[in-house]
Design a protein. Structure first.
Length: 402
């Protein structure tokens, strides 16, 4: 960990705990720190925390960071306006929904307005999918990625919505079935939040925890997550640690689906680096595992922003859970689904599909050969190292002693 990364984490820790900075290192490369904050999707939160040490930052870097932060605030304003349009449309038609991630996660922050936003994700009852799709199209949205197994994307100028009819990150098999059963009532058990941008409905705490964990494990095993994802979890634990749902429902459920060790690891990492709560129900994870995971997060950045050659290592983690044939089937299904979205013409002219499949496979191997893309068949040494780290978390492995 560089001194800039270390101080970045210190700035985040003080923000999470509403503390003032006690000491500012004199040899910080502020340009490097600002770049790291952006790569980890925490630029606005960290910039806000530097207001008391403005005189320590070179003016040209501070002014550039200020301009970037104002741009982020403008972007987030457009996103929240888009969300409010969506909320208005759905509530007018009495269609159940809940906002997930985004402002739903921000609601647990000490200052929700500083949480980075990307787009508007909302969860619906699958039986309302066509009705909501028609409603959004009638109100100027265009639909895409309609063959995706979890969501449909809706866009129009300054608005990007993802309508989820299933939470992302759910594995196949019995474990996936248990998660679906647990989540089936999420949309019917919502709470109202208003964090300054307008009221909206979101999921109850136990469902929010599962969504965050599924989202993190899905991306951490692929291109990687950033410090923003850790903050989402740490702030959530801080606000809900004493709620009864943890020990009454959530922890037994996480044990039953093999996310118990992973949950404890994320909680311990947040406590170690951000000084968030370490509840009595937490089982401590080895210090070196926490350090290795934080190192991986800092190396890759938010969704692999710092390392575009990161491979998807999910198939290598707990590989004994998936046979070779299952892996091939999974890769084929991904190819078929993504082709329909990337090349919409194949929906209308299915005869083109085999040729497009062949083109994409050849193109993939060429990109791997020229080191423009990571191999999902032969993982790199870095990916092998990551696999060894995440295998220790036994993701989706259920053991009898749990």
């Amino acid at each position: 960990m560089t001194k800039e990364q270390s101080f970045l984490i210190e700035l985040i820790r003080t923000a999470v705990n509403n503390e003032k900075l006690v000491c500012v290192p004199g040899d910080i490369n502020w340009k490097e720190l600002a770049t790291e904050a952006h790569a980890q999707a925490v630029a606005l939160l960290v910039f806000d925390q530097t207001s008391s040490i403005k005189d320590k930052i070179p003016k040209d870097i501070y002014d550039k960071w200020l301009g970037f932060s104002l741009g982020l605030m403008n972007k987030y304003s457009r996103i929240t306006k888009s969300q409010q349009e969506l909320v208005g449309l759905l509530e007018k038609e009495n269609l159940p929904y809940c906002i997930i991630k985004g402002e739903s996660a921000a609601a647990y922050y000490p200052n929700p307005s500083l949480r980075a936003l990307g787009d508007v994700d909302f969860l619906i009852n699958p039986t309302h999918k066509e009705k909501i799709k028609t409603l959004l199209i009638e109100n100027g949205f265009e639909a895409s990625y309609e063959n995706h197994p979890c969501h449909i994307v809706f866009t129009k100028p300054n608005s990007h919505l993802e309508m989820h009819f299933e939470v992302a990150g759910i594995p196949e098999g019995d474990t996936g079935d248990r998660i679906r059963k647990f989540m089936k009532d999420a949309v019917d058990n919502t709470v109202v939040k208003d964090i300054g941008s307008g009221r909206f409905r979101t999921v109850e705490g136990k469902y929010h925890a599962v969504i965050l964990l599924l989202h993190m494990q899905h991306h951490i095993l692929g291109e990687g997550i950033g410090l923003r994802h850790l903050l989402d979890w740490g702030n959530f634990v801080n606000k809900t640690a004493n709620e009864p749902f943890w020990e009454e429902e959530l922890i037994p459920f996480l044990k039953s689906i093999g996310l118990y060790t992973y949950m404890n690891a994320m909680t311990c990492i947040c406590n170690k680096y951000f000084a968030t709560q370490l509840p009595t129900w937490t089982v401590k994870v080895e210090e070196n595992i926490c350090s290795q995971i934080m190192g991986d997060i800092l190396q890759g950045g938010n969704f692999g922003k710092k390392d575009k050659l990161r491979g998807r290592i999910a198939d290598g983690v707990s590989s004994k859970k998936q046979s070779k044939m299952e892996k091939i089937r999974s890769l084929y299904n991904t190819l078929v689904i993504s082709t329909k979205d990337v090349y919409p013409i194949t929906r209308k002219y299915k005869i083109l599909c085999p040729f497009v499949y062949l083109y994409r496979i050849v193109r993939y191997f060429l990109l791997v050969g020229f080191r423009k893309k990571a191999s999902i068949i032969n993982p790199s040494e870095d990916d092998k190292k990551r696999i060894s780290i995440y295998n220790k978390l036994r993701i989706f492995e259920v053991t009898e002693n749990e």
